[in-house]
Every structure is written in structure tokens, then in C-alpha cells.
Design a protein. Structure first.
Length: 364
């Protein structure tokens, strides 16, 4: 039997993480990717928020938060809120990013009211970041951390980014902007994301240093113990056309290569044959776009969890929903690296002391 790789983990492992006393609220919480990252860093999630009932079910099922607000974030600006939310260390948020994503509609979708996902209320997605900032202004956490796509740094979206940075300053914060790759954070996936990290002006700390340099973990290494499961058979490619494209495409390339060889037409560019020797490409919300490197099949849900740094025992109603959530989430181990840097440099957490105290407690 093949041993699990070092990057594998379970939700029960969170019970062993020394608590650092840092209190976090997570907005746009989705299935809890960011929240699990904060927990891995020793933080305590005191509340979470999302508009999507499906995401709320999964978040509560897996993370059991003390407080959960199932509503648009804008409602939190007028609701009566419990006093503990006015004493937060970190207010986290990952506003929906499709209007800024290079894979999305971008400018055409700005200012347009739409459903982000079926079952959700309509929202103006490009305004949600500013609703998050208004909540920062109401709750006044010590630190605000917001994640979004690399597309916010490109083209006309740079204007939004400048407005966000200016709004942070108006609210009394010193914001910084970081572009990080999840592969540098110990995630077996290349996923570039922008992090806005802002500290309140009355907290006297130097600028944050944030440059993770974890060794890259390949998709093959991360999933080595999952290759002979029964689930693999159920994900087999059944289309003769797609199978032909897969067979004639090299690892790490789009099936467009195989399509071009067979038909001379440029199509299937969204379908990728992953490389087993490199971290996965960025996983999206579509569960059909990613195929295995040596077996003609799609990735299984357990493989998605590994590539997204989700815990092996994370429960989803269906594999399809689970894959969707992972594709929409900040990888937990990416958030962990951001959280550790903020806790250590800005919130006076000494991880060496925490580790020593925990070892002494376990010894006794």
C-alpha cells in the first residue's frame, strides 16, 4: 500500500494545531478554503458569511462555525451584529472574481446585476469588493485581508484596484498588494492570486514581508496513493473523439493540440491534460476540463482535494459540488502562508513559543 504524501491532511488535524488567539471572520466564505487556512495557522474562526445556501451547508457541515450569516454581505452593513465582531483581529474576504478574471467577461460584466451561481440572489458582482470594504469600515478589524484574481492587475481593472487601495486609506488602513502563486505556498497547483493586506493605522508595525518559497509539489506526488481507487474507473473518458485528442496530446498541454492534429481546427483549448511532474494548472469550477496525465480519465474528487490542498475528509453532497467548491476556493495552504505572515509580523504571534508550549503540553 502506498503511503500518503506529506501534503495530505484531515480536518481532525486542526485539533492538534496550537491556537494563537487570533480571531477571524470570513466573508464570501464559499466552502471554507480560506477559513481552513486560518485554522491551519492557529487562528479561530468566530463567524462566516456567504449568500449561497449550498455553500453554507458545506461550510457548516465541515467547519461548524459559532456564527454563520447566510445573506448578501451588504445586509451585514445594517444588521444588528454581536459585539465580538467589533473586536476582530482579521476580517477576511474573497469577493466573487469572475468580472475581473481573464477567463471571464471582464468590462462587459462591470455594473451588471447577475447571478454568480444558480440558486443565488442577483448581485452587481463588481460592487461586492466595495461592500466588503464598507464592512471593514463598520467593524474596524486590526487587519483586513482580501483575495482576488490576477486580472485585477491587468488593463482597465487596474482602475478598480486603485479605487480599492484608496478606499482602504480613507478607512484608516495602510494597504499592501501581493501577487502570490499557490505552488509557492505548498499547494500542488499553480494558481496566481492577488492579496490585499491592510493594517489599521493605529497599529505601529513595519510593512509586511510576504514571499513564500515552498518547494513545488507535483500533481503526481500529491496523488500518488489515489491512483488505484474504484473512483478512477468511473471517471474514464467515454467519447472516442476526446479519447483520440487525449492520446495525441502531451502532458501539461491543452487537448487543443490533439484536436489540431486530428481536425486542423483550434478547439478544446479549455480541456487540459495535466502533467504528473508539475503542480496542476489552475483548477476552475468545471469538473470536466481536467484529465489525468497517464490514464484516459478525468480527475476524481479525492484528487481534486489534494490538488486544492483541501483535507481528505472534507465532505460534499456530491463529487461534482465538491469539485466546484475547490475550483472556486482559495487553497487552504495558500491562506495559511498569508495568515502566518500577518500573525507573526503584525499581531505578535510567536510560532516558536507556541510550538514549544504545545510540545511541553503533549509531553506532560
Amino acid at each position: 500500500m502506498t503511503n500518503k504524501p506529506d501534503c495530505a491532511w484531515n480536518l481532525s488535524d486542526l485539533e492538534l494545531v496550537p491556537k494563537n488567539g487570533v480571531k477571524v471572520m470570513s466573508t464570501f466564505a464559499c466552502g471554507g478554503g480560506s477559513s481552513m487556512g486560518y485554522k491551519l495557522a492557529g487562528c479561530t474562526i468566530v463567524a462566516a458569511n456567504d449568500i449561497d445556501p449550498e455553500m453554507a451547508w458545506h461550510y457548516k457541515r465541515n467547519l461548524n462555525p459559532p456564527l454563520y450569516f447566510l445573506c448578501p454581505i451588504g445586509d451585514l452593513l445594517t444588521k444588528d451584529l454581536p459585539p465580538e465582531l467589533y473586536n476582530l483581529d482579521i476580517l477576511d474576504g474573497s469577493p466573487p472574481c469572475s468580472t475581473f478574471s481573464m477567463a471571464g467577461s471582464r468590462e462587459k460584466a462591470w455594473g451588471v446585476e447577475k447571478h454568480f451561481r444558480e440558486g443565488q440572489a442577483k448581485q452587481v458582482l463588481s460592487d461586492l469588493f466595495f461592500d466588503y470594504l464598507d464592512l471593514v469600515g463598520r467593524l474596524k478589524p486590526k487587519v483586513a485581508i482580501a483575495e482576488n484574481v490576477k486580472g485585477m492587475l491587468i488593463g482597465n481593472a487596474k482602475g478598480y484596484t486603485k479605487m480599492i487601495m484608496a478606499r482602504f486609506k480613507e478607512l484608516g488602513y495602510r494597504p499592501q498588494l501581493f501577487l502570490l502563486n499557490s505552488a509557492d505556498c505548498g499547494v500542488p497547483q499553480k494558481r496566481e492570486r492577488v492579496f490585499f493586506v491592510a493594517v489599521r493605522n493605529d497599529i505601529d508595525v513595519p510593512p509586511l514581508k510576504l514571499a513564500p518559497t515552498h518547494r513545488w509539489i507535483s500533481a503526481g506526488e500529491a496523488t500518488i496513493d489515489l491512483q488505484n481507487s474504484e473512483k478512477c474507473n468511473s471517471e474514464a473518458i467515454t467519447s472516442e473523439k476526446e479519447l483520440n485528442y487525449w492520446m495525441t496530446t502531451k502532458q501539461g498541454r491543452s487537448l487543443q493540440d490533439g484536436c489540431m492534429k486530428s481536425t486542423g481546427k483550434a478547439s478544446w483549448f479549455n480541456n487540459v491534460k495535466l502533467s504528473g511532474d508539475l503542480p496542476s494548472c489552475t483548477l476552475s469550477s468545471s469538473d470536466t476540463n481536467f484529465t489525468h496525465w497517464t490514464s484516459p480519465r478525468r480527475l476524481t474528487y479525492p484528487e481534486w482535494k489534494r490538488l486544492g490542498s483541501f483535507p481528505d475528509d472534507y465532505q460534499a453532497k456530491t463529487d461534482k459540488i465538491g469539485k466546484y467548491m475547490i475550483g472556486m476556493s482559495v487553497p487552504p495552504k495558500m491562506t495559511e502562508q498569508v495568515a502566518r505572515a500577518v500573525c507573526e509580523q503584525w499581531l505578535n504571534v510567536n510560532y516558536s513559543e507556541l510550538s514549544n508550549d504545545n510540545q511541553a503540553k503533549n509531553t506532560n
